[in-house]
Write a protein that binds this ligand. Structure first.
Ligand code: AMP
Length: 364
C-alpha cells in the first residue's frame, strides 16, 4: 500500500519508520526540502494547500494521514472526496478551533475549565466577571506549545492582553490549578475496535513538553478511557487520537485533543508492546490493533534546541536515542530519548540522567 502523509517532520518520520517492517510505502507532502521524513518516501515538494500537489497525493496514495492538525479545510475536503483520509476530516474541523473543541467536549459531557468566546475587549471584560482570575486567553486557531496565549491575573491587564491577540478570534478559559497534566493515547480501527495506552504523565515548561512518563495502573485510567471513547465514537474515528487532560484533585478536565500521534506517546516506541506509530498504521490500514501494554517502567525525555552528544545518551542504561535530523533552533524539538526497564531503581536513575543531559543542552 502507498500511504500519503501531510507533513514531513518527526511524526511523519516515525510513522514511516514503523511502516517499513509492514512493507508500506510512503509519499510525503511537505514544503521543506530537507524535512526529517523526506528520505523515507517519495517527496511532493510544495505548500500544503498547493491543490495540484494535493491532487497528485490523492491519486498516488491508497490512504492519506497527517502529522499536524492545521491541515487546510479545503485540502481535507478534497482528500475526503478523492481518497481515504484518516483520521476523518471532522476530527480536524473540531480540533482546529479551540471553541468548537470545547463545545464538543461539553456536548459529550467531558468536563473542562469554564470558558467563553472572545471577539472584542468588551467580550473579554464581560467573560472575566464570570470566569474569575487567574485565566488564560488563547487564540482559537493556530496555537501550539503555548503560543498565542496570555495568562490573565487582573482586570488592568485586559486591554493589553486583548491587544496582543491582534484581533484574532479567541477563547478565555479559567486557569486550572492542576496537580498533574496527563494524556491518553487511544486508537480505533474502521470496524470500531479500540485500544488505549496507559496514561502518560506529562511535564511541561515554557508551554513545551519536556518529560512524559508512562503511568500504568493510574487511578484515573478508567475515567480517561471513558472520555476518549466518547470522542472516538462521536467522531467515527480511525487512527490514533490523543486527549490532553488536567488532573485536579483526582478529577479529569479536558484541555484539548490532537487527531494524530503525539509527543507524549513517544515512550511507546520502545516502552509499549506496539508503538503508537505502528498502531496508527494498523488502524488506517484496517489491520488488527496491537497490544498497548507497557513493557516495564518507561518514559520519554525531549531534547529541545540542542541535542547532547549521542555517546552521552547511549551510554545511559536502557536509553534509546531518536534524532529527528533537524537543524537545532531555539525552542525547537530536535530529538528525544526513551527509557524502559523492568527495574524501577534503574529506571529512575536512567531517567534522571537523561533529564540532566536534556537540561544541559536546552537553550529555551
Ligand atoms: P495548550 O496549548 O492549550 O495545550 O496549553 C499549553 C500548556 O499551557 C498546557 O499544557 C498547560 O500547561 C497550560 N494550560 C493551558 N490551558 C490551561 C488552563 N486552562 N489552566 C491551566 N494551565 C493551562
Amino acid at each position: 500500500m502507498k500511504i500519503g502523509i501531510l507533513g514531513g517532520g518527526q511524526l511523519a518520520r516515525m510513522i514511516a519508520l514503523a511502516g517499513y517492517p509492514l512493507a508500506q510505502n510512503f509519499i510525503i507532502l511537505d514544503p521543506g526540502a530537507d524535512a526529517g521524513a523526506v528520505p523515507l518516501g517519495e517527496h511532493l515538494h510544495g505548500a500544503y494547500d498547493d491543490m495540484k500537489l494535493v491532487a497528485e497525493l490523492a491519486k498516488k496514495a491508497d490512504v492519506v494521514t497527517y502529522e499536524f492538525e492545521n491541515v487546510p479545510a479545503k485540502v481535507a475536503e478534497f482528500l475526503s472526496d478523492h481518497t481515504h483520509i484518516y483520521p476523518p476530516a471532522r476530527a480536524l474541523e473540531v480540533a482546529q478551533d479551540r471553541l468548537t473543541e470545547k463545545n464538543f467536549f461539553h456536548q459529550l459531557e467531558i468536563p473542562t475549565a469554564p470558558f467563553a468566546p472572545v471577539d472584542s475587549l468588551e467580550d473579554l471584560q464581560q467573560a472575566m466577571t464570570e470566569i474569575g482570575y487567574p485565566a488564560i486567553l488563547k487564540s482559537r486557531r493556530l496555537g501550539y506549545d503555548g503560543k498565542g496565549q496570555v495568562v490573565l491575573k487582573s482586570a488592568e491587564q485586559l486591554p493589553f492582553a486583548w491587544a496582543s491577540m491582534q484581533g484574532a478570534a479567541s477563547i478565555v478559559e479559567g486557569f486550572v490549578p492542576f496537580q498533574r497534566e496527563v494524556s491518553i493515547i487511544a486508537v480505533r480501527s474502521p470496524s470500531g475496535a479500540t485500544a488505549f495506552y496507559p496514561l502518560s504523565e506529562n511535564r511541561h515548561s515554557g508551554g513545551i513538553l519536556r518529560v512524559a512518563e508512562c503511568r500504568e495502573d493510574d487511578p484515573l485510567q478508567a475515567s480517561a478511557e471513558d472520555f476518549a471513547t466518547r470522542l472516538l465514537e462521536a467522531l467515527n474515528y480511525v487512527g490514533v487520537i490523543t486527549l490532553e487532560l488536567f488532573d485536579m484533585n483526582g478529577q479529569l478536565l479536558a484541555n484539548e485533543f490532537a487527531p494524530r500521534v503525539h509527543n507524549s506517546g513517544h515512550w511507546t516506541i520502545e516502552g509499549a508492546e506496539t508503538s503508537q506509530f505502528e498502531n496508527h498504521l494498523r488502524a488506517i490500514l484496517d489491520l488488527p490493533l496491537g497490544s498497548t501494554r507497557a513493557r516495564g517502567h518507561t518514559a520519554m525525555v525531549n531534547f529541545i534546541g540542542g541535542v547532547p552528544d549521542s555517546e552521552q545518551v547511549l551510554k545511559i542504561p536502557n536509553a534509546h536515542l531518536h534524532l529527528y535530523d533537524k537543524a537545532a533552533r531555539k525552542g525547537r524539538k530536535v530529538a528525544h530519548a526513551t527509557i524502559r526497564s523492568d527495574d524501577i531503581e534503574q529506571f529512575r536513575q536512567s531517567l534522571q540522567q537523561l533529564i540532566v543531559l536534556a537540561e544541559a543542552s536546552d537553550d529555551s
